[in-house]
Design a protein around this ligand. Structure first.
Ligand code: ATP
Ligand code: MG
Length: 292
């Protein structure tokens, strides 16, 4: 029997404020790297079974949003945690700097086009949340968004928080269930990982000089993340703050969060009508009496 991990300590569902300093980046929930290996493997298998039912039932969809500072492990989380899923039923979208075409639309446009179909799991590697993160840290990015002149920035961020909450409510009302993961990495750990990217030729491609300049805005980003979590955590779409200094624990926790959410959906294989059962029986008869 599988022991259910306690994910509540990592969830913020919107009451009061938070300080990210109160959330440890190196927490491992009492697990060890060795013990986590088998548990993650089990979770990957459980996820695959749940996904199969999600796909067959074709009513619900799940949208997993991953947000984090650079090198917090977004890509490797996707790679390791989703490895057991059926690729037909998963779609990963990475949100980069918006293109000219995308900038000619409202900021939700590109996200809405990437929403998972029923029965599917959609993963957003970065998301519309960048609109209250990178754009907030660098408000000059607003100048490219073809908006009327922004006179009151704080009103704009508030409006975006509200709009995002409304859209996530809309998605939930339409059986698209949003799971939001913030990978909380320390500044020291980020430095270590940047160093690895610089020193290891196989990782060089992952490094860009822009990563260093963004690191210079560390505190601004932490503030933006704090406000984002405070203002967009809701009962049906809370933020999870995942300790991200130890990738093995981030992966275990993320898989557990996804499983527990899928379990709440009461997923079931479609039940055949009597009519459909008769068709199945007839097909079986035909196969059995087939001339060899
Ligand atoms: P890695 O961790 O491998 O570097 P990444 O997600 O950082 O992956 P990059 O191509 O390095 O991928 O960066 C994408 C960049 O696009 C990020 O700096 C992000 O802030 C930026 N971005 C994403 N969405 C928006 C947006 N709406 N407006 C402006 N910039 C955005
Ligand atoms: Mg990057």
């Amino acid at each position: 029997m599988h022991n259910t991990m306690n994910i509540n300590t990592y969830r913020f569902d919107g009451k009061g404020g938070i300080s990210l300093d109160d959330y440890r980046t190196d927490d491992t929930g009492g697990y060890t790297k060795e013990s986590s290996r088998e548990l993650l493997q089990q979770n990957i298998e459980r996820m695959a079974t749940l996904q199969d039912t999600l796909y067959a039932q074709n009513i619900h969809a799940m949208l997993i949003i991953i947000q984090a500072m650079d090198a917090a492990g977004k890509d490797s989380l996707v790679k390791h945690v989703m490895s057991g899923l059926n690729p037909q039923g998963v779609h990963v979208t990475s949100f980069k700097q918006p293109s000219a075409e995308e900038l000619d639309h409202d900021y939700m446009w590109r996200a809405m086009r990437a929403m998972p179909e029923r029965g599917r799991i959609g993963i957003f590697n970065r998301s519309y949340y960048e609109e209250v993160l990178v754009v907030r840290v660098h408000p000059e990015l607003l100048n490219r968004q073809q908006l009327p002149p922004v006179t009151n920035h704080s009103a704009l961020w508030k409006q975006r928080f509200n709009d995002i909450c409304s859209i996530e409510q809309y998605l939930e009302n339409n059986s698209i269930h949003v799971v939001k993961l913030f990978l909380h990495v320390s500044k020291d750990e980020q430095k270590k990982r940047f160093m690895e990217r610089i020193n290891d030729p196989a990782k060089n491609w992952k490094f860009s000089a822009a990563d260093i300049s963004e690191r210079g805005f560390w505190d601004e980003y932490q503030n933006a993340y704090t406000e984002m979590i405070e203002h967009t955590s809701t009962k049906h779409a809370p933020w999870y703050i995942l300790p991200a200094d130890n990738k093995w624990f981030t992966r275990l926790l993320a898989s557990e969060i996804i499983i527990q959410r899928l379990n709440q959906l009461n997923l079931q294989y479609p039940v055949l009508s009597n009519e459909q059962k008769k068709v199945l029986e007839e097909s079986q008869r035909q196969l059995q009496t087939e001339y060899k």
